[in-house]
Design a protein around this ligand. Structure first.
Ligand code: ZN
Length: 414
């Protein structure tokens, strides 16, 4: 008999883009539903920087994604467990995600960029990565040993430890522990790494099963397998096929995360390779993607949810988004501009404040500057993906994409 708690995660496709892999759907979790496609704001350390959970809710966020690595180091995942899980700890009663920590551990100090423009020149070498690994993280077949960025102390993550940490944190959707590679690693290394990630995925399923049974009084946590394979079609397809067929301890993955570095020019194609191998009835999360053109490419090719620190991180540096592109609201030209950041935006910031006021707050280094700019950038990004969903339902996704990107990518305001 299926336990009631095990039934509280599901995904339903409602409508698809004709002749494309993109779709609109609904993910159901123990903490509520997520209408997809959806953009999930990042609250790395159980806080979306400068925002209260109430303002995050007001701006339309359906879920939040926190980071297992950061919460493991500070305050420690046991603390979140004792608090009753991530949602209770941060007073967020909607769905939540945690990523496995693999990306943060392995990109420590590497200056790793998520989306790379390969046209800027390609260097096919494992050395750039190896050097940085020697400094802060070392990967072997069992796991990763790394140095805390906080105090330099040594730690070790294995697939089992990542599962234990993510169960203690208690998010609704958690991710398998995978190895991160860059687009610059050699083909041979990508193959070895993919196999390592496959073996780690089996260990994640086994440990997840053990923990789910052991902690059967807790809300069900859905485990997503993470697909790597860099820019290689055969490796990406293999990863998708391997993980969608994988079964261990009687469990298969509840959904999938599309991970790794992505070449900007072929991001849509990479997502399409994987989506066409993955089961239609399971959700797909595109890790670390948030730029408008990338979001369109992801949605069009079958990704259901997205997370990215860029909208909030850029907001804190005064870079704000508008229908006509991104601009820097602290630049001199906005000193006496009494219009909102975006006249078409209905967020709290645009409803109540002017560019001139934000310009002043940034120049005066007032904390409210970050709060107001973050509310707007997150509202803009969340709403953009919500509009993509509506366009899928209305059957005019392509028209919406063309029209939006033409305006957004036209000359920026400054
Ligand atoms: Zn706004």
């Amino acid at each position: 008999m299926v336990k009631l708690s095990a039934m509280s995660f599901s995904f339903e496709v409602i409508k698809e883009i004709p002749e494309e892999l993109g779709r609109a759907g609904v993910i159901s979790t123990p903490h509520g539903q997520i209408a997809t496609p959806a953009f999930i704001p990042v609250g790395t350390k159980a806080s979306v920087k400068s925002l209260t959970p109430e303002s995050l809710d007001d701006l339309g966020a359906q879920a939040v994604l926190a980071n297992a690595y950061h919460l493991y180091l500070q305050p420690g995942s046991e603390t979140l467990d004792q608090a009753g899980g991530l949602g209770k700890f941060m007073n967020w009663d909607k769905p939540s995600f945690t990523d496995s920590g693999g990306f943060q551990v392995m990109s420590l100090g590497a200056g790793f960029k998520k989306v790379i423009d390969m046209s800027l020149g390609s260097l096919d070498s494992d050395e750039a990565m190896a050097e940085s690994k020697e400094r802060l993280a070392h990967v072997d077949d069992e796991g990763v040993t790394f140095k805390s960025h906080l105090d330099g102390s040594m730690h070790r993550f294995t697939p089992e430890i990542s599962m234990q940490v993510q169960h203690q944190i208690g998010a609704d959707i958690i991710f398998a522990f995978d190895e991160l590679t860059t687009l610059h690693n050699t083909r041979k290394y990508q193959e070895q790494s993919l196999e390592r990630t496959r073996l780690w995925a089996i260990r994640c399923l086994d440990e997840h099963k053990r923990l789910t049974d052991q902690r059967s009084d807790k809300p069900y946590q859905a485990l997503f397998g993470v697909l790597q394979g860099a820019q290689y079609e055969d490796l990406r397809r293999k990863a998708a096929k391997d993980l969608s067929e994988m079964k261990s301890s009687g469990l298969s993955f509840d959904g999938f995360g599309i991970g790794g570095a992505l070449d900007k020019a072929s991001l849509g194609q990479i997502v399409s390779w994987m989506s066409s191998e993955l089961p239609r009835d399971k959700p797909r999360h595109l890790l670390g993607i948030g730029e408008p053109a990338d979001l369109f490419a992801g949605v069009e090719n079958g990704a259901d949810t997205f997370d990215c620190v860029a909208p909030s991180r850029e907001a804190r540096t005064s870079a704000v988004y508008s229908e006509n592109g991104r601009f820097n609201v602290s630049s001199a030209s906005y000193k006496r501009d009494f219009s909102p950041i975006d006249k078409d935006c209905s967020c709290y910031t645009c409803s109540n404040f002017t560019r001139a006021y934000l310009n002043h707050l940034f120049r005066a280094k007032e904390m409210l500057a970050s709060t107001l700019a973050t509310i707007h950038n997150l509202a803009f990004t969340v709403r953009l993906v919500d509009r993509m969903r509506q366009a899928i339902l209305d059957g005019n996704f392509r028209e919406f994409k063309t029209e939006f990107l033409a305006r957004y990518q036209a000359k920026a305001l400054d």
